[in-house]
Design a protein around this ligand. Sequence first.
Ligand code: GLN
Length: 468
Amino acid sequence: MSELYELGVCAARAGLEKGEFSSEDLVKALIARHAEKNGEIGAYLTFDAEGALAAARANPKAVPVAIKDLINVKGQPCTCASKILRGYVSPYDATVVANLKKNGFICAGRVNMDEFAMGSSTENSALGVTRNPRDPSRVPGGSSGGSAAAVAADMAIAALGTDTGGSIRQPASFCGIVGLKPSYGRVSRYGVTAFASSLDQVGPMTKSVEDAAVLLQALAGHDEMDGTTPKEPVPDYSEAVRAASLKGVKIGLPKEYYAVAGVDSEVKRVTDEAIAACAAAGAEMVEVSLPHTEYAMAVYYIVAPAEASANLARFDGVRYGHRSARSDDVFNLYARSRAEGFGPEVKRRIIMGTYVLSSGYYDAYYGRASKVRTLIRRDFEAVFGKVDALLTPVAPTPAFKLGEVQDPLTMYLNDLFTIPGSLAGNCSMSVPAGQTAAGLPVGVQFICDAFREDKLIKIGRAFEEARG
Ligand code: GLN
C-alpha cells in the first residue's frame, strides 16, 4: 500500500470508511511527513500537531486539509504572511472553515503565501521561503504557493487557496496539481482576509479533479454573512464527476490568448497537446474572440489595488497585530505601525490604490477601469453563448527560479491568462497537462460560465482521463 500521506481526499475517505485506518493515523502520517520535508520545502508556516490530533480523535473519519494563512480558523494564527499580523490568533471560524468542519474535514496546518495574497511566487512572504517540490531551486508560484507545495510534496491531502487574479491556478500549474477557482459568489468570503473584495474567491487545491469536486461541495453555498452568495441550491458535483466526458463538448480557443508574445515554447507545446487530446476525446475545438483581453491587466492593476488600499486601512496598529513602539501621537502610531508592518509589494499596492481612488483621478482611473471591466465580462458572456468552455494556458512560463524575477511588472505578467476571467467572475480550473523537457509541470486552464462549476468539473475530469 502507498503511504497514508500520499492519499488524496477521495482515497482517504474510502480508506476511512472501510476502517483501514483512522483520521488519527492520517494526521500522524502528515506530522511525520511535515517533520521530514518542511525544512526543505517550507510549505507550512505553522502546524498545530496537538490540535489536529485532538480533532482527529473527536472525528475519527475526518480528512485533514491545509489552510492558506489568510483564512480565519478559531484559535489558530492567521498572519497573511505579514509582519503586521505576527502573533494574531483568530477569534472565530471563516464560513469556509465552519463548512469544512461540518463536512468531515480538519483544518490542519497553516501554509505560506505572498503577503496579503499579493504576488505570483510566494517570495513576497515576510515569514519564510517556499520551494517548488518538483525542483527546489524554483518557486512554487503564488500567491497560494504554500498550499500548492504542500499538496504537491504529499505534505497535505488537499489544501485551501484563494484566487484574486490567478493565485490558485498559477501555483497549481507550477506544482503539477489541480486548482479550482470558483465563480465569484459561489463560496463565502466571510472570515477570509480581504485583498480585493470584488475578485477574491476561496477554492480547492488538490491531487485530482474529483478531489476538487468533493472539497468544492463542502465549501460552496449561501452564507448570511456574505451577500454575494446566492440562495439557490448548489448542484451535486459528484454527478458532474460521473458525467465526465468530452464527447460533443464545444471548447473555445480565444485567439487573443494564443496571439500573446513571449509565451514559453514548452508551455505552447503542452497546450497544443492538450488541445489535440480534447479533440481526440470527442470535443469540438473552435476559435473564439475575447476582444477586450488586452486591457484586462491594466484594469486589474487599478481595481485590485484600489480595493486593497481600502481593505488594508484596518491594519492601523490599534485594533490588530503589530503596533509600533516608537509612536508618540496617533498619526505616528498609524504611520509607523504600517511602515514597519507591511512589506514593499503591499506598500506599492496601497500607494497605487490610494492614487487611483483619489479625488481628481477617480474618474480617469477607477471609473474607467470599472467600465472596461464590464466590456470584459460581456466578451465572456457572448462567448459562453456559443461554447461550453475555453481552453487556455495558465501562465506564460513554467516555474521560474527563486530570485529570477525581480521587477514587479514581469511578475504581474504571470497572470495574463488568469486575470480576465477573475474580472468577469466566471469559474476556472488549472489541470495538470504535461511537463517540460526538464520535468517541470505545466497545467492548462479551462474556463466556464459563472456558476457552471458542474460543467467545469465534467470537462476537467474528462481531460484528466484523456491525458492519462
Ligand atoms: N498575482 C496577482 C497579484 O499579485 C494575483 C494574486 C491573487 O490572485 N491573490 O495580484
